[in-house]
Design a protein around this ligand. Structure first.
Ligand SMILES: Nc1ncnc2c1ncn2[C@@H]1O[C@H](COP(=O)(O)OP(=O)(O)O)[C@@H](O)[C@H]1O
Ligand SMILES: [Mg+2]
Length: 342
């Protein structure tokens, strides 16, 4: 629906020889919406982004932005987009201010307002201290901020932002600065499609998220909807003692599963147990009293424990093991890279 959607991609597919990296994906980013593309490594996020920005040839399907078709009117299509790529698109010997002014001019922003837009972007993202320093001297986080600022443009332009992991390597304080700046963008009517590995970021920013597995959406909806549908309830995390006996550990697991019928051990790694209690009828008092009980009853097993509500991360984790890693089918004779393949 081009009236409702800023970006509309239909049946988007990408194959590398016989391997299908993106498989008939349909994406609609509504106007003024922030849509999050999530998925484990190899799910197909970067390939999707590259196709949407015209950097990678689409195997089949197509994409429209505000009614402009990538295959038909590439120039108009791309002119609607502010893009923050995976690799920072910065010129080492330019300062933040020079960089942003250059992009503003390229976009045709009138000279009379360009400087004002640029100063406000620099201020919004907390780059004031660095604005007259060369990009090559920036930390990774500051480079990310500047790349995001380039995509954001100014004054509600460009109308669609495609952001590839905009806050990767950015410290928690600066991250919030970027988030607030992006919230302003959507409040100003700009639309955003972003990929991220931070569930916190998606919960904060995204109206809807889609979790990609093997090149397709495995689920799609608002963070709240996904939590309600796939991970209703609570989590109990237990840190166990190194000295705990295997027998006692099993006893503890059985105890928790038994206490809350409908709970199960979702994952276990380096002495940490992660239980999911998929029940709405359990209340906080019951959870806390159980946690207190295991601390005394299994004193020699439990070092620490934590209860919480399920988060978007729990939804994400419940799909991650469905991702199939691509493996070479034929063992190469001349290299050592495929040692484990058949
Ligand atoms: N140029 C390429 N040639 C062959 N396979 C590729 C190429 N680019 C990506 N792939 C494969 O496509 C799949 C999806 O990759 P990618 O889009 O980078 O995933 P993500 O960004 O979600 O981690 C992976 O299995 C990757 O190995
Ligand atoms: Mg990627």
């Amino acid at each position: 629906d081009t009236e409702k959607d800023a970006l509309l991609a239909v049946g988007l597919s990408k194959s590398f020889k016989v391997f299908v990296a993106v498989d008939r994906l349909n994406i609609g980013v509504h106007r003024g919406e922030c849509f999050g593309l999530l998925g484990v490594n190899g799910a197909g996020k970067t390939t999707t982004f590259k196709m949407l920005t015209g950097a990678e040839v689409i195997t089949s399907g197509g994409s429209c932005i505000f009614g402009y078709n990538l295959g038909v009117n590439r120039r108009k299509y791309l002119s609607q987009v502010g893009y923050c790529p995976q690799v920072d698109p910065l010129v080492n010997v330019m300062t933040a201010k020079e960089t942003l002014l250059m992009y503003a001019r390229l976009r045709g922003i009138p000279e009379s307002v360009a400087e004002q837009h640029v100063d406000s972007l620099i201020d919004q993202l907390g780059l004031t201290e660095y604005k007259d320093k060369h990009c090559e001297t920036y930390s990774g986080g500051n480079k990310r901020k500047l790349s995001t600022a380039i995509a954001m443009g100014g004054g509600g332009e460009p109308p669609l932002l495609l952001l590839h992991e905009p806050t990767l390597g950015v410290d928690p304080v600066s991250r919030r600065k970027i988030w607030n700046a992006l919230l302003d963008c959507t409040n100003n009517g700009q639309s955003i499609l972003l990929t991220s590995h931070s569930m916190e970021e998606c919960e904060y920013l995204c109206h809807r998220v889609g979790i990609m597995v093997n090149g397709r959406f495995r689920c799609l909806g608002s963070p709240q909807y996904l939590k309600d549908k796939y991970c209703q309830g609570y989590t109990i995390k237990v840190k166990t003692r190194m000295s705990a006996s295997a027998e006692k550990l099993e006893e503890l697991k059985a105890f928790l599963v038994q206490t809350f019928g409908g709970s199960f051990l979702r994952d276990e790694y380096i002495g940490r147990l992660n239980f999911l209690v998929e029940r709405r009828d359990v209340n906080w008092a019951q959870l806390f009293s159980t946690v207190r009980e295991i601390k005394t009853r299994f004193e020699d097993v439990v070092e620490d424990s934590l209860v919480g509500e399920t988060s978007l991360e729990d939804v994400f984790l419940s799909f991650t093991n469905e991702q199939v890693q691509q493996r070479p089918k034929v063992k190469c004779r001349l290299c050592l890279c495929c040692g484990n393949s058949q």
